[in-house]
Design a protein around this ligand. Structure first.
Ligand code: FE2
Length: 477
């Protein structure tokens, strides 16, 4: 295998697991920082003679950084999902992933229809789903684990009414109630949005659809959920019968445009629908309501080409991925013609600096107007995600700040608010950074307002590029 890009180490298998290793800290961690940052991401890219195809396919590993009195420790452990266990037992890939399918015989394909081996390889996010911390991928099989030992405990079962084959790894919470959705694929397909009340899920709204979209996240404002259908759509029959990897069954159909459905969080009623020109996004940033308008912000790509650019062969070869996109706001009137009419809307770019893996001060700003967004950008077009970016949106002309160091590739910056702090950016950012020259990774701690470095803590090995995680203040080691 030819590894030629300077950041190929970030797409190289890590098999080494450690348990509560104390980390050497350079600089000073804030004395108030406690709890744990727990993240997930792919860490094994081969099984026996077989290799996964896409960045989103690799077998999931949890990484936890625990903080106490200015000290930090690190643990990492593979998630013992069904995908992982069956691969271990058989020495080959057993369950299909985002862009990888195990070689199946015709007989195997037909059998798969009756006994679908859905992946539970939770390599996308670690988040609260209702009251539980779970690891998530885009199927309704969240993984429960012990947040102290990272030991896998099994699946979090959804309520019977919440049936579907696809879900999202980006649920929402307002601190009391959790919100998410599943997509039921079949002769009659539907989006089923659900609310989690104390661990019990209840279907809030069911939206019938002929050709479901590929959606990675959705929006939540104070009173509404916003489902954004990008024109990357699939014929459910093709998905069931083709025998091809999951995402390759979807087709780009820009003539459909981008469709917004605004759903009342209490009644489940669709209160508004809107149509924007075709675009694609992985990540909603936030949504909020003002003066009868719901504003929906996401990171918009002109099309879905970024999916193919994130294949492992391309990334390892250093082919530019351009996995950054434009922070764009769509403003949907709530008092227009109701849910029957598609109101035409246009997106408005908010910031000239493209980035990805967006974060806000979620605990205080989710569903309300935000003025700070953090994410990761690229220092130059030919590079990979390597720079931490902050966009300040309070003024008409946004202020953009950056952190970058040569040879380093920064991951998603997770905002942790300073206790008793008032300002939206009063806190720190936690980012796992690959130091490609040192062949290791470190946890970077930045001042969230200025992006100046406060501390870094060296990890004993490299950490393959992951996606998402969160800081859990109550998980103390
Ligand atoms: Fe994501």
């Amino acid at each position: 295998m030819m590894h030629s890009s300077p950041y190929a180490l970030g797409f190289t298998t890590l098999d080494h697991e450690v348990d509560h290793v104390p980390l050497t800290v350079t600089g000073a961690l804030p004395g108030w920082l406690a709890g744990s940052l727990i993240r997930t991401g792919p860490a094994r890219f081969e099984v026996g003679e077989q290799a996964y195809v896409h960045w989103f396919d690799g077998l999931a590993m949890l990484h936890a950084f625990a903080f106490h009195s200015g000290l930090a420790s690190y643990s990492n452990r593979f998630i013992h999902s069904k995908s992982w266990c069956e691969a271990e037992e058989n020495g080959r890939i057993v369950r299909g992933e985002f862009m990888t399918d195990p070689c199946r015989t015709i007989f195997g394909r037909v059998m798969a229809l009756f006994d679908p081996k859905t992946t539970d390889n939770a390599n996308v996010n670690v988040a609260m789903l209702g009251e539980r911390i779970v690891a998530l991928t885009e199927t309704p099989m969240p993984i429960r684990f012990d947040p102290h030992t990272l030991e896998t405990q099994g699946h979090l079962a959804f309520g019977k009414a919440v049936k579907g084959q696809i879900s999202t790894a980006h649920p929402h919470t307002d601190g009391m109630l959790g919100y998410s959705y599943v997509i039921k694929m079949g002769r009659k397909s539907a989006y089923r949005l659900f609310v989690d009340e104390g661990g019990r899920q209840r279907v809030l709204a069911e939206l019938p659809v002929d050709q479901p979209s590929y959606m990675h996240s959705f929006g939540m404002s104070e009173r509404h959920l916003i489902l954004t259908e990008f024109p990357l759509r699939v014929n459910p029959l093709r998905l069931a019968l083709s025998g091809q990897p999951f995402i390759t069954n979807y087709r780009w159909q820009p003539e459909h445009g981008t469709i917004f459905s605004v759903i009342d969080r209490t009644s489940g009623a669709v209160v508004a629908r809107a149509k924007a020109p075709s675009c694609f996004a992985f990540h909603h940033v936030n949504a909020f309501e003002e003066s009868g308008v719901v504003h929906v912000d996401f990171l918009a790509y002109p099309d879905a080409g970024v999916i193919d650019r994130l294949r492992l062969d391309r990334l390892r070869a250093g082919t530019p991925s351009n996995a950054v996109s434009t922070l764009t706001r769509f403003s949907i009137p709530l008092d227009a013609a109701g849910s029957e009419t598609l109101v035409a809307v246009e997106g408005k770019g908010l910031c000239g600096t493209p980035f990805e893996l967006p974060r806000i001060d979620y605990l205080r700003r989710a569903g309300r107007r935000h003025t700070c967004v953090w994410g990761v950008g690229q220092s130059e077009p030919a590079s990979f995600l390597d720079t931490i970016v902050k966009a300040e949106l309070a003024d008409a002309i946004p202020v953009v700040r950056r952190w970058h160091e040569d040879g380093c590739y920064a991951g998603e910056p997770v905002f942790v608010a300073r206790p008793d702090g008032d300002a939206e950016d009063d806190g720190i950012l936690l980012s796992v950074v690959l130091d490609a020259r040192a062949h290791t990774s470190f946890l970077l701690v930045l001042d969230a307002a200025t992006l100046t470095e406060r501390a870094r803590a060296a990890v004993p090995h490299h950490i393959p590029f992951g996606f998402h995680g969160n800081h859990f203040p109550d998980v103390n080691q």
